[in-house]
Design a protein around this ligand. Structure first.
Ligand code: ADP
Ligand code: UDP
Length: 238
């Protein structure tokens, strides 16, 4: 498939047109950003691990009955996906308290929640992705009621599947962010990526962070954590 025009360059990925109007080519970059891109770095190899991990997880979810935009991994940094119209909502699912939840609400860090917490954020970098309610999404037309119901249901199902998967690999799934979009038939589909950039993973034994928190908090060996996630999922050393 020929690579077409660059449609969009974001913080972590580039999106290209292809010869098929319904299919996009994603290129995963080595850029790392945190705190709404106030902290930035380049990390050789990061794009490759996110490509591999995200493709692996979307394929696994498809096997478990959760379809997504993911079609095919082409090489170490490129994937083909179904083009969707992304809903301007970032869905965060949390199993353990940490991050902005603790900063915003003053709740204790590291508490296991009695059930998963689902939060919606407006996808708007200029506003710093503010927390919103379902009613905001409905009243301002960011999503319809049936879409909200569907993305909530799917987000919780993804959480159950990935929690079990990661636990079997000695990893606690602390929280993660999902994005959804409408495909050409108007169906809501899971999209974007699922990777150590968008999830928090803690080693079950040691509690060690194996995700972008190593970058956010200057914990060191960021790439080693991404490699470890890939190794535990795939059994591959590199
Ligand atoms: P950001 O825009 O936050 O900097 P990225 O660098 O990851 O993020 O850019 C990828 C962009 O592509 C995001 O805005 C994401 O919502 C969007 N996107 C992800 N999957 C699809 C898809 N299947 N179709 C259209 N856009 C997508
Ligand atoms: N997250 C993300 N993109 C964002 C904001 C959050 O992928 O723009 C992920 C983040 O990696 C974590 C979860 O969503 O797994 C919850 O993040 P939190 O709200 O604690 O914010 P952060 O500490 O990432 O700013």
């Amino acid at each position: 498939m020929e690579t077409g025009k660059l449609l969009y360059e974001g913080k972590a990925k580039k999106m290209y047109e292809t010869s098929d109007p319904d299919i996009l080519l994603i290129e995963y970059k080595n850029s790392l950003t945190a705190f709404n891109a106030q902290k930035k770095a380049e990390m050789e190899g990061k794009g490759r691990y996110n490509t591999l991990i995200s493709a692996w997880l979307f394929s696994y979810l498809a096997e478990k009955g959760i379809p997504s935009h993911f079609l095919k991994r082409l090489d170490d940094t490129h994937q083909l996906v179904k083009k969707v119209q992304i809903l301007p909502i970032e869905v965060v699912v949390r199993n353990i308290t940490t991050g902005t939840l603790c900063r915003r609400l003053g709740v204790t860090e590291g508490m296991k929640l009695p059930r998963p917490l689902v939060e919606f954020y407006l996808k708007d970098d200029a506003l710093g992705d503010p927390l919103i309610t379902e009613d905001h999404a409905l009243l301002f037309g960011w999503a319809k009621q049936d879409e909200i119901d569907s993305i909530k249901r799917t987000s919780l199902a993804v959480n159950e599947i990935l929690q079990d998967l990661f636990l079997s690999k000695g990893i606690v799934l602390v929280d993660f962010k999902l994005e959804f979009g409408r495909d050409s038939s108007g169906n809501v589909l899971l999209a974007d990526e699922i990777s150590p950039d968008t999830c928090r993973f803690w080693d079950s034994q040691t509690g060690k962070s194996l995700d972008k928190d190593r970058f956010r908090k200057d914990l060191g060996d960021v790439l080693g954590a991404y490699r470890e996630i890939w190794k535990r999922l795939s059994g591959k050393e590199e």
